[in-house]
Design a protein around this ligand. Structure first.
Ligand SMILES: NC(=O)C1=CN([C@@H]2O[C@H](COP(=O)(O)OP(=O)(O)OC[C@H]3O[C@@H](n4cnc5c(N)ncnc54)[C@H](OP(=O)(O)O)[C@@H]3O)[C@@H](O)[C@H]2O)C=CC1
Ligand SMILES: O=C(O)[C@@H]1CCC=N1
Length: 264
């Protein structure tokens, strides 16, 4: 019998997870319940059979898997209301930034399997990178949760201590990459393309570059060396970017995001 899944917090990520799980046939739409307080502001296309409710307690008590997808400052209040109905037979998964497995175990008040998963919004099109950590779970439960996120992209199981770093690299990273694409589009328009064509070229070029790394299992510099013709136009552009702090600005952005999580 397929598992019932409650997604507590139907926002950007919560709805993207639901969309990805449905698209990948991991579960039937009718097996998913999404909760939020303001039902009129649900984002994203979802089948009508997905249950939408503001009742976290019922959603949690009726489900086998509970995915927490509220904002960090909201988790304590949510966990206070659903903890009394949690059972050891359920699996608790949190995608919430900065809330550790031990925080979750303390809030749950019972010894149930606790996972953290750090996907990104590409989960909606089954192209997410999801880092997973866990405690108190059987091999079967680890396999189930890993399979769940493998159906919506790639998975890495990591130590919970690395989940803040995973949030930055694997989740904020979607926005970092898109900002690079946008800058390329702006440059593309300046050198003659209309916005639509520039967007297509910039997006597909970045997708292809990433696929080269994933398919060839290579380091970016190995692939860059295949593009930078000596005395060619690529290397002068790359060097100008580096002279203006391209790599340094990206590294500092990663560190800044990481420090923000630690500060909150
Ligand atoms: N967006 C991303 O790419 C990623 C986000 N995350 C993490 O996922 C979590 C959600 O992020 P994101 O989706 O961007 O944020 P959103 O603000 O888009 O989503 C949060 C959702 O939670 C709902 N919510 C808030 N309080 C409650 C409550 N008491 N009961 C039920 N629902 C509630 C809100 O709806 P309403 O106000 O109507 O209740 C809202 O839809 C955050 O912790 C974030 O750090 C992690 C990785 C990637
Ligand atoms: O920006 C945030 O806080 C969340 C975590 C990673 C992506 N969005």
């Amino acid at each position: 019998m397929s598992q019932k899944i409650a997604i507590i917090g139907g926002g950007n990520l919560g709805t993207a997870i639901a969309q990805g799980l449905i698209k990948s046939d991991f579960c039937n739409p009718a097996d998913i319940t999404i909760t939020k307080r303001n039902l009129s502001t649900l984002k994203g296309e979802l089948p009508k059979t997905v249950k939408i409710t503001d009742d976290n307690v019922k959603a949690a008590s009726d489900s086998d898997v509970i995915i927490l997808a509220v904002k960090p400052f909201q988790v304590e209040g949510v966990m206070k209301t659903i903890a009394p109905v949690l059972t050891k037979k359920q699996v608790l998964i949190s995608v919430i930034t900065g809330v550790t497995v031990s925080d979750l175990k303390e809030m749950a008040q019972i010894e149930l399997p606790v996972f953290r998963a750090m996907p990104n919004t590409a989960v909606a099109i089954q192209e997410s990178m999801t880092c997973i950590s866990y405690d108190n779970a059987t091999d079967k439960q680890v396999q189930t949760v890993t399979k769940m996120f493998n159906t919506v992209g790639k998975v890495a199981v990591i130590d919970d201590k690395l989940m803040d770093a995973a949030t930055v690299l694997g989740a904020c990273g979607t926005a970092f990459a898109l900002r690079y694409v946008r800058a390329n589009i702006q440059g593309g328009i300046e050198i003659g393309f209309d916005a639509k064509t520039a967007s297509l070229i910039a997006a597909q070029t970045v997708k292809g570059a990433a696929e080269l790394l994933l398919s060839n299992n290579t380091h970016p510099e190995q692939e860059i060396d295949k593009v930078t013709t000596p005395k060619g136009c690529t290397i002068v552009g790359l060097n100008e970017m580096e002279h203006r702090g391209f790599s340094s600005s990206l590294i500092r952005g990663v560190i800044t995001s990481y420090k923000k999580i630690a500060k909150d």
